[in-house]
Design a protein around this ligand. Structure first.
Ligand SMILES: [Zn+2]
Length: 413
């Protein structure tokens, strides 16, 4: 593994995604004021099977929290009529999702700088390789497995290649969350660019290794560029012929068969036929297992929201290192706010996403599952500028690196 730096050999594609179109489809935002309004949204969902962006399921909706859902053009007319009939406040965030998707390509897509635009998978693979060549002392490239469709899963090891401490940072487990792989690319680029100039970054890279998986769900990511911009799962077949893909985030061997886990193959949160049934999840899990003695943290970057989350996600009980995680999250969020005035909500996944209301729904979530009960685990959900995220990660990494807490193995098979 070798070093890093950048982007110059990446070709610029600059074309909008092909495949499924979203003409006149809309994204709604509604904040239900009370239980009756929550019930009404659930009723709408029963009626037309809404595509929720936040929260993920109707049963996680609570009063006074924002709900985002996507509806096709026909549904949208009915929804507007019904919301107005009920006198509920709402906002249409995107009036035409197709235009929003295309706009992503008009902004900065001609730039040669890595962090100013989204990149197709092939460009990311070339970029990763070029980084390892350009920074032989600080970066190296490892293939940790293959996706269902046979694409390589690439990890860039950045920093001190012989360090005894490491952090695993993964992006793009959910195919449609494009800002996530963009963040991983930006992180690597910035880390290498500032090495030797920025004190904290230099100390981090000298004393540890970042294992960066820029695209976890490569097949799904490719599919969002070629067929469906809002695809989330991987692309492996399921037991049901007409339904493709498993939600890799729910396929880890952590509380996999928990109460109410998603076993519907057509669902965008389908947990798969068995723990680690998917080659992508199995590859990451094996890599984590073989590096468990050095890994001190696992970070998973998602979108959208501004959340900094830590275990547990599948039960109400606090993780053994809850206080330490909370302190670190608090410091990271505070540091971010002091610079950019941007507020992230932090806490355990269970208490932050799955509130007491949703305890009844008993939903299970595994992300970021692999080290849920091992080293520190963090899920970061963002729609912010990348430098905001960078700040959180840096503070988090710095604090977790300086922690002496031993990694616990007992729950990691
Ligand atoms: Zn996600």
């Amino acid at each position: 593994m070798k070093l890093i730096l950048v982007l110059c050999c990446v070709a610029v594609s600059g074309s909008a995604p092909r495949g499924r179109r979203f003409d006149n489809e809309k994204l709604f935002r509604v904040t239900p004021e009370n239980d009756n309004e929550v019930k009404f949204i659930k009723y709408l969902d029963n009626l037309m099977k809404l595509d929720f962006w936040k929260p993920k399921y109707a049963h996680n909706i609570t009063p006074k929290t924002e709900v985002y859902f996507h509806a096709d053009a026909q549904q949208s007319n009915v929804i507007v009529e019904l919301l107005e009939q009920e006198k509920m406040k709402y906002r249409i965030v995107f009036h035409d999702l197709q235009k929003a998707v295309e706009n992503q390509f008009n902004k900065g897509q001609k730039s040669k700088k890595v962090a100013t635009r989204y990149h197709e998978w092939k460009e990311i693979a070339v970029w990763a390789y070029s980084i390892s060549l350009k920074y032989p002392n600080l970066a190296s490239l490892v293939q940790i497995g293959e996706t269902y469709e046979g694409r390589p899963m690439l990890v860039l090891k950045i920093g001190n290649q012989k360090a005894k401490k490491g952090i695993f940072l993964e992006c793009g487990i959910h195919a449609r969350e494009w800002i996530s792989p963009a963040f991983c690319q930006w992180f690597v680029t910035e880390a290498l660019r500032t090495y030797g100039k920025d004190k904290v970054m230099t100390k981090l890279l000298d004393s540890m290794t970042f294992h960066v998986l820029p695209v976890f769900n490569v097949d799904g990511y490719v599919y969002t560029w070629t067929n469906d911009r809002f695809w989330r799962k991987n692309r492996a077949p399921t037991v049901k012929d007409e339904c493709t893909g498993t939600d890799l985030n729910r396929n880890f061997n952590v509380s996999w068969n928990g109460i109410d886990f998603d076993k519907t193959p057509c669902s965008s949160s389908y947990a798969g036929s068995a723990p680690e049934s998917e080659p992508e999840t199995e590859a990451v899990s094996s890599y984590i297992r073989s590096n468990l003695s050095s890994l001190k943290a696992y970070i998973s970057v998602h979108s959208f929201s501004q959340l900094l989350l830590f275990p547990y996600g599948y039960k109400e009980e606090e993780a053994p290192d809850h206080k330490e995680l909370e302190q670190i999250a608090k410091s990271a969020v505070k540091a971010l706010e002091s610079l950019y005035n941007t507020t992230y909500t932090y806490g355990s996944i269970f208490s932050t996403i799955w509130t007491h209301h949703t305890l009844l729904a008993r939903n299970q979530i595994q992300f970021p599952a692999p080290l849920l009960t091992g080293p520190m685990t963090l899920a970061l959900s963002t729609h912010s500028c990348l430098n905001y995220v960078m700040r959180v990660i840096m503070v988090f990494c710095f604090l977790s690196m300086t922690s002496n807490r031993p990694a616990r193995r007992q729950c990691w098979p």
